[in-house]
Design a protein around this ligand. Structure first.
Ligand code: TYD
Length: 220
C-alpha cells in the first residue's frame, strides 16, 4: 500500500506521518517512511539546491525538472522496491506537490505537469493521499517558527519566503486538485491538536482499508 501526505508549509505532515507509521507498526506491519524532495541519494543533493535561499534565481522550469528528477530516482530506487517487498510506503509529499506548487502556485499547466509526473513515476500513483488542510497564516507561522528553532531558515527557507498570495494559491490548488481526484484524496482539517488530527486520519485510513478488503472480496 502506498500512502502520501500533502499540504501547505507547516500543516504538520511530518508529525502525522510518524504517528501513522507507529500505528501500522503496532499492528505488526512493515512500514517505510520517505519524503520528497530528498528520498534518494541524488535527491539529498537536489533537496539542498531546491530549498536553499541561495536558489532564489531558479527559473520555474528549472525548479520543475529538478523536482521531477528527484521523483524519478526516488520511485525507481526507493518506492517501487519497498512496495515489491510488501512494505507499506508512506511518503511526505509526492507527485501532487508538483501539480500544486509548480502548477497552481507558479502558473504552469496542471495537466501538462500530470503528464510529466506520469513519465517521472512510470505511472505510479498513491492508493491514498491525505491532504492536511489549514489556513495559510497558521501554517506559515508554524513553519517559520520551526525553521528558526532548527536554524534552517537559510538552508530550507526558500518556500517559506514566498508571498502569502503564493501560499493561498497553493492551498486553493490543493483543494481543487483533491476535488478532481476524489478516488484517492481525503481532506483532513489540520487546525486542531495533534491527537485530534490523527484520529481523523486514522478514521480515513481504516475506512479506506475496509473498502479495499470489500473490493477484494467482491472480486473473488
Ligand atoms: P519540506 O521541507 O519538505 O517542506 P514541508 O516541511 O513544508 O513539507 O520542503 C519541501 C518544499 O518543496 C515545500 O515548500 C514544497 C516544495 N515542493 C514543490 O514545490 N514541488 C514538489 O514537487 C515537491 C515535492 C515539493
Amino acid at each position: 500500500m502506498f500512502i502520501t501526505f500533502e499540504g501547505i508549509e507547516g500543516c504538520g505532515k511530518t508529525t502525522q506521518v510518524n504517528k501513522l507509521k507507529e500505528y501500522f507498526e503496532s499492528q505488526g506491519k512493515d512500514v517505510l517512511v520517505t519524503l520528497e524532495p530528498g528520498g534518494s541519494r541524488l535527491g539529498k543533493t537536489l533537496r539542498k539546491i531546491l530549498l536553499s535561499m541561495e536558489s532564489q534565481d531558479l527559473t520555474k522550469e528549472a525548479e520543475l525538472f529538478l523536482y521531477l528528477a528527484d521523483r524519478a530516482q526516488h520511485v525507481e530506487q526507493v518506492i517501487r522496491p519497498a512496495l515489491a517487498r510488501g512494505q507499506i510506503v508512506i511518503s511526505d509529499r509526492y507527485a501532487d506537490s508538483t501539480i500544486v506548487y509548480q502548477g497552481y502556485g507558479r502558473g504552469l499547466d496542471p495537466q501538462t505537469l500530470h503528464s510529466f509526473n506520469e513519465i517521472a513515476t512510470k505511472d505510479l500513483w498513491p492508493d491514498l493521499t491525505i491532504l492536511l488542510d489549514l489556513p495559510v497564516e497558521i501554517g506559515l507561522k508554524r513553519a517559520v517558527t520551526r525553521n528558526i528553532q532548527k536554524k534552517l531558515t537559510k538552508d530550507e527557507g526558500r518556500f517559506e519566503a514566498e508571498s502569502i498570495k503564493f501560499h493561498n494559491r497553493v492551498r486553493e490548488g490543493y483543494l481543487t486538485w483533491a476535488a478532481l481526484n476524489k478516488n484517492r484524496f481525503v481532506i483532513v482539517d489540520a487546525t486542531g491538536e495533534i491527537d485530534e488530527i490523527f484520529t481523523q486520519i486514522l478514521n480515513k485510513v481504516t475506512s479506506f482499508e475496509e473498502k479495499r478488503v470489500e473490493g477484494v472480496s467482491n472480486q473473488i
